[in-house]
Design a protein around this ligand. Structure first.
Ligand code: HEM
Length: 411
């Protein structure tokens, strides 16, 4: 990358990350990458900060020792802008993605055992069963919203079973967790409160009657090893797992299916050679990932990033989806092309550094199984509306379509 390209257009207008930006995110990021790897942005409700769009600078930012999760000046700025995700009482605090070392390691260690590749692999038969059950429940041919009938219920069922969330709560659970990610939606706060209330009640119930599930295991860790997990941390961790553990996967499945429907040659190739699927999932994560942007980091001191001075207290986020389209990630291949046979797709879809996604093995497994079952059981699949009419999630860090109407025929 030339030194000139490293310059940030400071003084240029702030880029506003609004619904129009999100609806055209790949085009907008391409435009920003061509200007430089770092840009001043407005997130929402007047909240401003910096956005990294280049691959190399993204890796630096995600491991920068002074870009932290907790910073007093930034918390004040957030509260002043009415930003509520980090407010105590809503439960989305006190978890590992909100913590810096050494607290981070303690909080992550408590759940890490449940998400190792080996433990995750044991879930494969159940995930496969869920995928088949969902397709069995459909009429053999017709029109359906793929998000509603397949992409959403599959990861919801997996994470709900893992945590031990009873079936009768799953509708609320899905609704609340989808809305909790849309920071500019009027449903955002009620959704966070709803989810928090449900998980707080469930924690109480598991304490009285522990079962063989992750929530009970967390309660036990809290109760038996005093001081290791406070009540806020317990509910916060459960909320993180619920939100991080399925909305991400719902949208990865949607973005992957849509990418295939828009590239029939790639769809044909994957149907003919399903053994390409694990690599293809990496390509979907690179090509159009669901976590478009990282969570916030805060500058604990004045610091330098990509030749720009970032003042203490500033918010810095990373456009994870953009990083995988940077020339330096593509290693000579065309980053704009969808290539399900691409060797070693390089991306930052699961983040980088200490907050690297804990659920990456589970997400990869779910996506591989879901897409394998979908492609093998649904030989005819096409969009039922024009791709340009699809509605994208309008705010927040998640990228995905709100619904994916398809015409299909199952076997
Ligand atoms: C396609 C699916 C997924 C994607 C794209 C994804 C992406 C990410 C990303 C980018 C981060 C880091 C955010 C940051 O640094 O700001 C992250 C963290 C995390 N993810 Fe995922 N995720 C996915 C699925 C899952 C699943 C299935 C789970 C588990 C149930 C999970 C649990 C977590 C947790 C606990 C963290 C916080 C890790 C830490 O702070 O140490 N994720 N994920």
């Amino acid at each position: 990358m030339s030194p000139q390209k490293q310059q940030c257009p400071v003084g240029a207008d702030r880029v506003v990350l609004d619904a129009a930006f999100k609806a055209d995110a790949p085009g907008q990021y391409a435009r920003l990458r061509a200007l430089g790897p770092l840009h001043p942005v407005e997130y929402h409700q007047g909240l401003t900060g910096w956005l990294v769009v280049g691959y190399d600078l993204a890796r630096q930012a995600l491991t920068h020792p002074a870009l932290l999760k907790d910073s007093e000046p930034a918390t004040e700025a957030l509260a002043a802008a009415g930003f509520i995700l980090n407010q105590p009482g809503l439960g989305l605090v006190g978890h590992m993605l909100d913590a810096d070392p050494p607290e981070h390691a303690r909080l992550r260690r408590l759940v890490a055992g449940a998400f190792t590749p080996r433990r995750t692999a044991q879930l494969a038969p159940r995930i496969e069963q869920i995928a088949h059950d969902l397709l069995d429940a459909l009429p053999p041919a017709g029109e359906a919203d793929l998000v509603e009938v397949f992409n959403a219920p599959l990861p919801v069922t997996v994470i709900a079973e893992l945590l031990g969330i009873p079936t009768e709560h799953r509708e609320d659970f899905r609704h609340w967790s989808a809305h909790s990610m849309q920071v500019a939606s009027p449903e955002h706060r009620p959704a966070l409160l709803g989810l928090h209330g449900l998980l707080r009640d469930l924690v109480k119930a598991k304490r009285q009657a522990p079962a063989d599930d992750l929530l009970s295991a967390l309660v036990t860790a809290h109760d038996q090893e005093d001081g290791r997990l406070s009540e806020d941390e317990l509910v916060g961790t459960a909320m993180l797992l619920v939100i991080a553990g399925h909305e991400t996967t719902v949208n990865l499945l949607g973005n992957a299916t849509l990418a295939l429907l828009r590239h029939p040659d790639q769809l044909r190739l994957l149907r003919e050679r399903p053994e390409l699927l694990p690599g293809a999932v990496e390509e979907f994560l690179r090509y159009d990932t669901s976590v478009e942007r990282s969570t916030n980091r805060y500058a604990a001191e004045d610091l330098e990033l990509g030749g720009v001075t970032i003042p203490r207290g500033s918010i810095v986020t990373v456009a994870l989806g953009s990083a995988g389209h940077d020339d330096s990630a593509a290693q000579g291949e065309d980053p704009g092309a969808l290539d399900v046979a691409r060797p070693n797709a390089r991306h930052l879809a699961f983040g980088h550094g200490i907050h690297y996604c804990l659920g990456a093995p589970l997400a990869r497994l779910e996506a591989t199984i879901a897409l394998r079952v979908l492609l093998s059981r649904v030989p005819e699949l096409e969009l039922a509306i024009l791709a340009d009419s699809l509605e994208w999630i309008p705010s927040g860090m998640m990228r995905g379509v709100l619904s994916l109407p398809v015409r299909y025929r199952t076997t």
